[in-house]
Design a protein around this ligand. Structure first.
Ligand code: GLV
Length: 311
C-alpha cells in the first residue's frame, strides 16, 4: 500500500500545542509528525517551520517543500544550505490586520502627543497640548508588500496622509507612492511617522541609519520589519539630535533584546518583544494545510517566495 505523505512540524521558539491543536484534526490526507519525533527522516515530504537552525533541512533528503508560519522568510533564505525546493510564506489576516492595528495604535499614540502627557503626568503637570487633525500628518510606510499595503489602508482610514515607499512602485488607493533610492528623500521629507515594513534583504539591511534619520525633523520611527534594518548605534544619536522624537521598536538585531541594552532605559524608545503581529494558528493553520494539499495534488503552491528577490 502506498504510504501517506509525511508532514513534519518543526517550529523553533514557538509553542507547538496551539498549532498542533489546529493541524492534527486536519491531518487526514497526510501523516503529521512533530520535531524532534521525526521518525524515519527519509520519509519526510513537507516541513512546516519557523526559525530553524541553519543546515536543518539538509538531513531531509526527500523534502519537497517548506511552509513558513511567518511572513518574513529571511531566516530561511539566509541558510546557505537551504535546499532548492519551493518555500511558501504565510499571508494571513492575523499578520496583515494585526500589523495594521499595531502601527495604527502607535501612530495615534504619537499623533495625539501621548508621550508628552506621560512626561507631564510623571511631574504632576497640567498642560493641554493642541494637536492638528490626523489629515495634517504624514505617515510614511517603507515596504508596500502584504503588510505594508494593509497598514497603509488602515492608517489612511484613520485619516492620516499616507505615503508608501518600495523598491518598485506599488500603487494603493489614496496613498502617495515613491519608489527606489532616487525617491527616498522625497518620500521622507515631511513625514511625521516613518514605519519600516520592508523585507530584510541585502539591499534593506541597515537602511534605517544616520543618513536616513538626518532627512527627518522630529519624526517618530516605528520599526516592525526586522531588527537588522536598523543600525542600532545610530538611533540614540538621531534622537539626541532631534531628527527623531521617539521610536517604537518591535524587532532587534539580537532577540530577545539583551537586558543591558541601552534601548530598554531610554524613555524616548518604546519596546515590544517582536509581537506586533503574531500568526494565529486558528486562521493560518488551515491555510498551510490547504497549501500542503495543493502540493500533494501536484498543483502549484500559493505564496511561494521568490528566492532571487529575497521575499
Ligand atoms: C514575524 O516576524 C513574521 O515574519 O511573521
Amino acid at each position: 500500500m502506498k504510504r501517506q505523505p509525511v508532514v513534519l512540524f518543526a517550529c523553533f521558539g514557538v509553542k507547538a500545542e496551539r498549532w498542533l491543536h489546529v493541524l492534527t484534526p486536519l491531518a487526514v490526507a497526510f501523516e503529521l509528525r512533530t520535531w524532534p519525533a521525526a521518525g524515519d527522516i527519509g520519509e519526510i515530504d513537507y516541513i512546516i517551520t519557523w526559525a530553524p537552525p541553519h543546515g536543518f533541512f539538509t538531513q531531509f533528503v526527500n523534502l519537497k517543500a517548506i511552509f513558513s508560519i511567518g511572513a518574513g522568510v529571511d531566516s530561511l533564505l539566509l541558510d546557505p544550505a537551504l535546499p532548492d525546493i519551493p518555500v511558501a510564506r504565510m499571508i494571513d489576516e492575523s499578520l496583515t490586520v494585526g500589523m495594521a492595528e499595531f502601527v495604527l495604535t502607535q501612530a495615534l499614540h504619537y499623533h495625539r502627543a501621548i508621550p508628552t502627557y506621560q512626561q507631564y503626568q510623571a511631574q504632576r503637570e497640567w498642560h493641554p497640548v493642541s494637536v492638528p487633525l490626523a489629515r495634517e500628518r504624514i505617515v510614511g510606510i517603507m515596504g508596500m508588500g502584504e503588510l505594508g499595503r494593509a497598514t497603509a489602508s488602515m492608517v489612511r482610514g484613520a485619516g492620516f496622509k499616507v505615503r508608501g515607499w518600495s523598491r518598485q512602485a506599488r500603487p494603493v488607493d489614496g496613498v502617495d507612492t515613491f519608489a527606489g533610492t532616487d525617491q527616498l528623500d522625497a518620500f521622507l521629507n515631511g513625514c511625521m511617522i516613518v514605519v519600516c515594513l520592508l523585507p530584510l534583504t541585502a539591499a534593506t539591511h541597515g537602511i534605517l541609519n544616520r543618513t536616513l534619520f538626518s532627512r527627518l525633523n522630529g519624526a517618530y520611527l516605528i520599526s516592525v520589519g526586522r531588527g537588522p534594518h536598523l543600525v542600532e548605534e545610530d538611533l540614540i544619536p538621531a534622537l539626541d539630535a532631534g531628527h527623531l522624537a521617539g521610536a517604537t521598536l518591535d524587532v532587534f538585531v539580537t532577540e530577545p533584546l539583551p537586558s543591558d541594552h541601552p534601548f530598554w532605559v531610554d524613555p524616548r524608545i518604546f519596546i515590544t518583544p517582536h509581537a506586533s503581529a503574531l500568526t494565529h494558528a486558528t486562521t493560518a493553520g488551515p491555510k498551510i494545510v490547504d497549501n500542503i494539499l495543493r502540493a500533494i495534488a501536484g498543483k502549484p503552491l500559493l505564496d511561494v517566495v521568490d528566492r532571487a528577490e529575497g521575499y
